[in-house]
Design a protein around this ligand. Structure first.
Ligand code: ZN
Length: 240
């Protein structure tokens, strides 16, 4: 697989609350739109893992994948309208055991903000537009810490559920907390995932298809305009 493309990595498209512990997971809609405009100006084309699997992209273009972890409803209300405005595709990783949940706090999630999770109807609307859905497991757990049978269940059952409910092939998995090991990689491959994304930072020229690197992006205060430039200049050498 041609790997000369960056994968960006967002969580929540909204402002952090006063009590938010990990503010770096938040990007306001205003920052998000500004970031996309910069990337469009640079000539990026936004593709999905399905595009790669079906060889439906141009290797000579500046390609990029936008990913969002955790599947919170701010993606539908804030990010989706912006993606549609610019005709951009993206990949959203959802936790199947929490679809449609209101005000939940995942036990293992260090960020204790209550989350509203995308509903099945919202996922269907977004997939019909061209947003790709990937697995973020059935539960938001550390895969490398689970017994083998539970680890396998998380990978198999989340993929099966999404394919059944959305009527689409699921190509990729995002490991919660970036937690994986060789056994996880083997099981993910056996389960039929073609791609896996981690929380390791960088580009992908040397990464395996099941352990792709990503670039975390944040933007909730003025200084993040500078942070965005710095991230791209240092890691990708693409913004002057
Ligand atoms: Zn997550």
């Amino acid at each position: 697989m041609e790997k000369n493309f960056p994968i960006l990595y967002y969580h929540f498209i909204k402002a952090p609350s006063a009590t938010t512990r990990i503010k770096g997971l938040y990007t306001t809609a205003k920052h998000f739109e500004w970031q996309l405009v910069q990337l469009i100006k640079k000539g990026f084309t936004f593709i999905t893992f399905e595009d790669i699997a079906l060889k439906r992209y141009d290797v000579n273009k500046l390609n990029m994948i936008l990913t969002f972890d955790d599947g919170c409803e701010s993606l539908y209300y804030k990010a989706f309208p912006i993606l549609k405005k610019y005709g951009i595709k993206a990949v959203i990783y959802v936790v199947t055991g929490s679809i449609g949940a209101r005000n939940i706090v995942w036990e293992l999630n260090e960020n204790k903000d209550p989350l509203n999770i995308l509903t099945k109807e919202q996922l269907l609307e977004m997939t019909s537009y061209g947003i790709e859905i990937g697995s973020h497991l059935c539960n938001h757990v550390h895969l490398s810490q689970l017994p083998a049978d539970e680890m396998k269940y998380e990978l198999v059952e989340s993929k099966r559920w999404l394919e059944n409910e959305l009527g689409k092939q699921i190509y990729s998995v995002a490991y919660p907390f970036g937690s994986y090991n060789n056994e996880v990689l083997k099981t993910a491959t056996d389960t039929g995932y073609l791609f896996g994304v981690t929380t390791k930072s960088g580009n992908n020229l040397t990464a395996g298809d099941l352990e792709l690197f990503r670039i975390p992006v944040k933007g909730y205060s003025l200084r993040h305009y500078w942070y965005f430039y710095k991230t791209f200049r240092n890691q990708l050498n693409i913004i002057n």
